[in-house]
Design a protein around this ligand. Structure first.
Ligand SMILES: Nc1nc2c(ncn2[C@@H]2O[C@H](COP(=O)(O)OP(=O)(O)OP(=O)(O)O)[C@@H](O)[C@H]2O)c(=O)[nH]1
Ligand SMILES: [Mg+2]
Length: 668
C-alpha cells in the first residue's frame, strides 16, 4: 500500500487512481481548508450522547477515543486532500516538447503532436482506473479555469471524443455547468456541509450558485480576468473503454447493511429490478432466497443483485419484454457492473451479515438508515464493522416520503454526529445534485469521506442521483494479478449437468479454466489438487478470472460435501503444499466485554471467509486477562484448521462485536 509521503508519480497516481476519477480533477472543490474539518478539530468532538446508547462497536471506538487509525487498522495510505494537489504531474515527462502548451490550447488546437500527447494521458488514466476515468474539461492541470466559451467548450469536447474513439472508449458527460465571472475564492463546495449548517430539507446556508469545482484555485491573473467576463463552461466526463470480453467487465462490490426494516432489500429491488415500492414490500419480493424470508419479509441470508452500466454510462435495462433480464444478458451489455450483497439487518443473523462483510470482500459498504427510525438497532454495529474492516462507507437514508421533517432532521443530526465522532472521523458529504455526485464519487478514495443520500423507494426521489453515483464509483486497485492465486470460497452449489460449483472472490492472481489449484484445508489441515472445469462471472462464461473479481468455478470430480465455506484455493504449483493452521497470534483490541477475557475464552472469529469458533490460549499480559479497551497479542486456537494470512484483519464476537485485530503470526 502506498504511503502518504510517497512522492513518486506512479504511487501518487496509483493511490488516487484506485478511484480512477480523481486523476482528472483539479480537486479545487473538495480541498478548501474551510470546508474540511481538520483532523485536530475533529478529534476534539465528543460523541457524549452516543456513548450512553447501547454497546455498539462504533460507540466503543468513539468512547475510547480510539480511531481505527489509532489501532493501526485503517488504510495506511489514507489520503490527505492536500496530497492530491497536482495529480497530473506525472504526465509531464510524456508531454515533453509540449510543456508550453496548456491543456486548453491542446484541446482547442489539436495537432498530431497534441493528439498523441492527449492520447497517452488518457491511456494512462484509463489503465489506472482499470478501464475508465473521469476527465474534467474547463479546468487546467493546476486548477486554473480555462474560461471556455460555449463554442470553445464544444471544440474541446470534440477533441476529447476523438481521442477517446481512437482508444475505443466512449465519453459520457456526467455533469456540465456554465459559470460566468471569476469564481469566488474559498466558497464552500456544494457537497460539503459544515457542521450545523445542514438541515434535513437540504438548506445550506453558505452555498452559492457560483461555487465551482475550481473555487479554491488562485484568483485569475489580470489577463484571464478579462476573459472571465466570458462564460466559463466546465464539464465532468466519464471515459470508459468497452470490455473486449466478459473477463474485462468492471466490477464494484457493495455490501448493503443497516438495521432491520431500513429498506435494504427494497432499495436493491428498486435499483436492480426497475420497479418502485408500494411501502408494503412490493419491490423486495424477488430478492428473497428462502420461503421463510418471503413470509417474514426479513432477509436472513446473503443475497446478490447486479446493476449494469454500459460504456456510455447508461443503465442496462433490468427488464426485457416485461420480464427480469438474466444476469448474463445484463453483463453482456454492460461495461461495468455493481454487485450488491444484500445482508440481514436483524441481530439474530449477525453472524451471516458479518460473513457477508468479510467473506465477500466488498469494495464499499452502503449503510441504510430508515429516516423515521433513526440510528437504531444494528446501525452502529454495522458502521463499526465497516470501520474495523477499513471499507469506505456511504449512507442512504430511506423512507423520506413518510417521514415528518423534524424526525428526518433529527436522524440527519444524529448521523452526522456519529460520523464526525472521534471513533469514526468521517467527513459527511450530503449529495443533493449532479455536481455533488461527481465531486463526491471522484474523491471517495479517501475513506474519510462519507457521502450521504436521502431517498424514497416509493416515489423514487433521490434514486437517480444514487444511480449516477454508483456508475462513477471507482473500481478497486488494491488487488494484485501478479501474486500467486488465492481464491476464497463463500458458497457451494450442486448444479445439474455441471456438478459441484464454488463461488467466491479471487483475492490474488489470475485463474484460467483448466488450471489445477490446491483447495483446502480439510479437517486435517490438508489441501488437495482440483481442476477448474469452467469459470463464470455473474453467470457469464469466461476463460479467466482475475484478482478483485468475484467468480464461480465448476470443479472436476469433487463432491460438494467435501467443501466448506471459508476454504481457499491456492496456486497449484506451491512447494511445499500449503497447510491449514489451527493456532495463530493476533494483535487485538477488546472493544467491549462486560467482565474479562481470559484463557479458554471462546468467540466466533471472522477473518475473510473464515468463520469459526476460536479459543484464547495465551496472551502477552502478565495477569492473563483482558478488559474493555485492552490491546494485546493473543494466541488463538481454532477447532478446525483454516487458511489465514499474516496481516489479515479479524473480528471476534460473542453476540455483538467484542474485539478487532490483525493476524500477526501463524503458529501451527
Ligand atoms: N414508505 C416507504 N417504505 C419503504 C421504503 N423503503 C422500504 N420501505 C418499506 O419498508 C419495509 C422494510 O423494507 P425491507 O427492504 O424489507 O427492509 P430490510 O432493510 O431489507 O430489512 P431486513 O432484511 O429484515 O434487514 C417494507 O415494507 C418496504 O416496503 C421507502 O423509501 N418508503
Ligand atoms: Mg432485507
Amino acid at each position: 500500500m502506498l504511503k502518504k509521503d510517497d512522492k513518486t508519480v506512479s504511487a501518487r497516481k496509483g493511490s488516487i487512481s484506485s478511484t480512477a476519477a480523481p486523476t482528472s480533477l483539479p480537486l479545487g472543490s473538495v480541498k478548501t481548508e474551510s470546508s474540511i474539518p481538520s483532523k485536530k478539530a475533529e478529534s476534539t468532538s465528543q460523541p457524549s450522547s452516543l456513548l450512553a446508547e447501547g454497546s455498539s462497536i462504533a460507540d466503543k471506538l468513539s468512547g475510547m477515543q480510539l480511531s481505527a487509525n489509532d489501532l493501526g487498522l485503517s488504510h495506511e495510505d489514507e489520503l490527505d486532500m492536500n496530497d492530491m494537489e497536482d495529480p497530473l504531474a506525472g504526465f509531464e515527462a510524456q508531454r515533453s516538447g509540449l510543456e508550453d502548451l496548456s491543456l486548453k490550447e491542446q484541446l482547442l488546437n489539436p495537432t498530431e503532436a497534441t493528439m498523441e500527447s492527449l492520447q497517452s494521458l488518457l491511456t494512462a488514466r484509463i489503465r489506472e482506473g482499470s478501464g475508465e476515468t473521469m476527465f474534467e474539461i474547463g479546468v487546467e492541470e493546476d486548477g486554473a479555469p480555462m474560461n471556455l466559451s460555449d463554442t470553445e467548450f464544444e471544440t474541446a469536447l470534440t477533441t476529447v471524443r476523438t481521442v477517446a474513439s481512437v482508444l475505443e472508449a466512449e465519453v459520457a458527460v456526467m455533469y456540465e455547468k456554465n459559470v460566468s465571472g471569476i469564481p469566488e475564492p474559498n466558497i464552500t463546495p456544494t457537497a460539503i456541509i459544515p457542521e450545523g449548517e445542514e438541515t434535513a430539507s437540504g438548506n445550506r446556508t453558505s452555498l452559492q450558485s457560483s461555487s465551482s469545482p475550481s473555487s479554491s484555485a488562485p484568483p485569475a491573473s489580470s489577463s484571464s480576468s478579462k476573459e472571465a467576463d466570458k462564460s466559463n463552461k466546465t464539464a465532468y466526463l466519464m471515459i470508459r473503454k468497452a470490455p473486449k470480453s466478459g473477463e474485462e467487465l468492471l466490477e464494484v462490490r457493495v455490501a448493503v447493511v443497516g438495521n432491520v426494516d431500513a429498506g435494504k432489500s427494497t432499495m436493491l429491488g428498486v435499483l436492480t429490478k426497475g420497479v418502485l415500492d408500494d411501502g408494503r414490500g412490493k419491490a423486495r419480493v424477488n430478492l428473497f432466497r428462502h420461503r421463510h424470508e418471503v413470509e417474514s419479509g426479513r432477509t436472513s441470508s446473503v443475497g446478490m443483485e447486479i446493476l449494469g452500466f454500459d460504456t456510455k454510462s447508461v443503465e442496462v435495462p433490468s427488464q426485457v419484454s416485461g420480464r427480469p433480464a438474466p444476469w448474463d444478458e445484463i453483463c453482456a451489455r454492460s461495461a461495468k457492473v455493481l454487485s450488491f450483497i444484500d445482508l440481514a439487518g436483524h441481530e439474530r443473523y449477525l453472524k451471516t451479515t458479518v460473513f457477508g462483510m468479510t467473506g465477500c470482500a466488498p469494495d464499499f459498504v452502503m449503510l441504510m438508515v430508515g429516516s423515521n427510525a433513526g440510528i437504531v438497532g444494528m446501525t452502529k454495529e454495522h458502521l463499526g464493522l465497516s470501520l474495523a474492516l477499513g471499507v469506505p462507507v456511504l449512507v442512504v437514508i430511506t423512507k423520506i416520503d413518510m417521514c415528518p421533517p423534524n424526525v428526518l432532521e433529527s436522524t440527519v443530526k444524529q448521523l452526522t454526529k456519529i460520523l464526525k465522532s472521534a471513533g469514526c472521523r468521517k467527513i459527511p458529504m450530503f449529495v443533493k445534485s449532479n455536481e455533488d455526485v461527481v465531486v463526491t464519487a471522484s474523491h471517495f478514495v479517501s475513506d474519510r469521506i462519507c457521502p450521504i443520500f436521502q431517498v424514497s423507494n416509493v416515489t423514487g426521489e433521490g434514486i437517480d442521483l444514487l444511480k449516477k453515483f454508483l456508475n462513477i464509483l471507482p473500481v478497486s486497485t488494491k488487488y494484485n494479478k501478479d501474486e500467486p492465486v488465492e481464491y476464497q470460497i463463500t458458497d457451494t452449489f450442486s448444479v445439474p449437468f455441471v456438478g459441484t460449483v464454488v463461488s467466491g472472490v479471487v483475492m490474488n492472481g489470475v485463474v484460467h479454466a483448466g488450471d489445477q489449484l490446491y483447495m483446502g484445508p480439510d479437517g486435517n489441515g490438508h489441501f488437495q489438487l482440483v481442476t477448474i472445469k469452467s469459470i463464470q462471472r455473474k453467470r457469464l462464461n469466461v476463460p479467466v478470472a482475475c484478482a478483485g473479481q468475484s467468480a464461480s468455478f465448476g470443479l472436476k470430480k469433487i463432491r460438494r460435501s467435501t467443501i466448506r465455506k471459508g476454504m481457499v484455493m491456492l496456486d497449484g504449483h506451491m512447494t511445499p503444499a500449503p497447510r491449514g493452521c489451527r493456532e495463530f497470534e493476533a494483535e487485538v483490541l477488546v472493544l467491549y466485554h462486560s467482565t474479562t477475557i481470559g484463557q479458554k475464552y471462546q468467540a466466533m472469529l471472522h477473518c475473510g471467509a473464515v468463520r469459526q469458533t476460536a479459543r484464547v490460549i495465551a496472551m502477552d499480559k502478565p495477569e492473563q486477562i483482558l478488559r474493555t479497551g485492552d490491546r494485546a497479542t493473543v494466541r488463538f486456537q481454532f477447532l478446525h484448521p483454516a487458511f489465514l494470512k499474516v496481516g489479515a484483519r479479524l473480528i471476534f464476537r460473542e453476540g455483538r462485536t467484542k474485539g478487532i485485530g490483525k493476524v500477526s503470526k501463524i503458529v501451527a
